[in-house]
Design a binder for this molecule. Sequence first.
Ligand code: SAH
Ligand code: SF4
Ligand code: F3S
Length: 490
Amino acid sequence: MREVMYLSKPSFIEAIKRNQTNIDTIHYNNETFVSLFLNNPTLKERLIKNNSFYIKTHGCQANIRDEESIAGLLASLGLKRVEKIEEASIIVINTCSVRENANNKVYAEIGNIKRLKEKNKDLVLILCGCMVETKDTLNNLITKYPYIDIIFGTHNIDNLLNLLYLYMENNNKKRIVDVSSKEGEIVEDIPTRRNNSYSAYVNITFGCDKFCTYCIVPQTRGKERSRDKEDILKECKLLLSLGYKEIILLGQNVDSYGKDLKDKNITFASLLDSVASLPIKRVRFLTSYPSEFSDEVIDVIAKHDNIMKYIHLPVQSGSNSVLKRMARRYTKEEYLALVDRIKAKIPDVALSTDIIVGFPNESEEEFLDTLDLIKKVKYASAFTFIYSPREGTAAAKLDDKISDKEKVERFKRLTDELEKYYPLYNASFINKVEEVLVTSVSKKDKNKVSGVMFNNKIVNFNGDPSLIGKIVKVKILEDKLYSFNGEMVE
Ligand code: SAH
Ligand code: SF4
Ligand code: F3S
């Protein structure tokens, strides 16, 4: 078997450990790594000949933001990003592991890359992201896919150029693996190539301490760490100076921002207030945790016109017994009371959610509680999932008597219930003029563009690609359930 050089290996114990209470902020210095290549004539020449990279990202916004750092690092070596995988000399697959089908997509993808590797011996295949963070999956990848050249974890992005150097220096022989957890450490100033020039993700926390029993994220992303408030504001101001229209603050649980910082006055509410006080057109945040969503945060959202009145508030289930088995720290009643407080202070709020059906041994009665909650909240939109057991999580050890067929049927009933309320919500926008941030040419019609309303709903209307990145006024004409058709008025 092709030899593997381990710089570090994943460890569940390390991932969830946090003895260190303070955060160490490390400032990344790219020059050291770039000079490794520049001082080595053979490698310098190789990079000039093989000067393109391709990145495919799966998963959530945290991974998309990581992709931008990976692109920034590779671009700092003078490499060009390409959109066609066949044209790349370096292929990076940034993986997600939240459900089994996320893993399966990646396995299929790397299977297809094998033939590219056979054609080009110098092609470098890199795997990173959440999937490589679990021991068994990592071992499987190493044994079954000997042509993966470099593997690095979610904590090791700042080491990418070093890993590439080690790999190229040993003449493509040994594979390199670096998957380690860094408790209480945050690396700032990693070079970044943003995916667009109008809407930017800004991390505020990394990791998660919640350990919902179904979820793999605390394992893959480690203990929760908050970024320094000044570093966040510095990044937001830079984005503003570059003309960005929208900032999306990111954390697995934004509401716990600041709890690990020395200055106890720094909370998510105070951070959101500071960010929204900048002259940025749109501010959003993801994701909120119901029992930590404070009244101060509600007040800050209500106070600032530039904070979009859209709250993604994952409930997961409407049954108290299921919530307990999931280790979610609220009841259905507490969730509904929070929704009432939000609606009272922000009447035009659009609420969205995540719901899992088929959690182990979810009974019909428990499922009906979820449908009842939907009836009460009347979500504007939702993301729905069938439970998928994840290695190493508490729920994966549970026996489950509910059949797959039953789960699929419930999934359909869940969607039907949610879809009852979308038309009611959507109807209130017909013939109204709304601000829309244009994000792309419409997938279905080249003469149309697509944009996003405050409530995260998509609007398609006639327009040309020069509108991308602009906020325009659009009259909403037709409800298509998951999107609208409209007409630009200004
Ligand atoms: N931190 C966020 C999002 C985490 S992952 C939060 O707490 O809401 C995004 C969504 O994936 C979750 O909200 C959950 O609905 C879903 N999810 C996570 N693990 C899952 C699993 N094992 N099976 C099915 N869905 C899952
Ligand atoms: Fe996963 Fe729960 Fe953390 Fe969200 S809050 S990332 S669902 S453990
Ligand atoms: Fe997937 Fe990791 Fe995000 S598991 S959902 S990419 S945090």
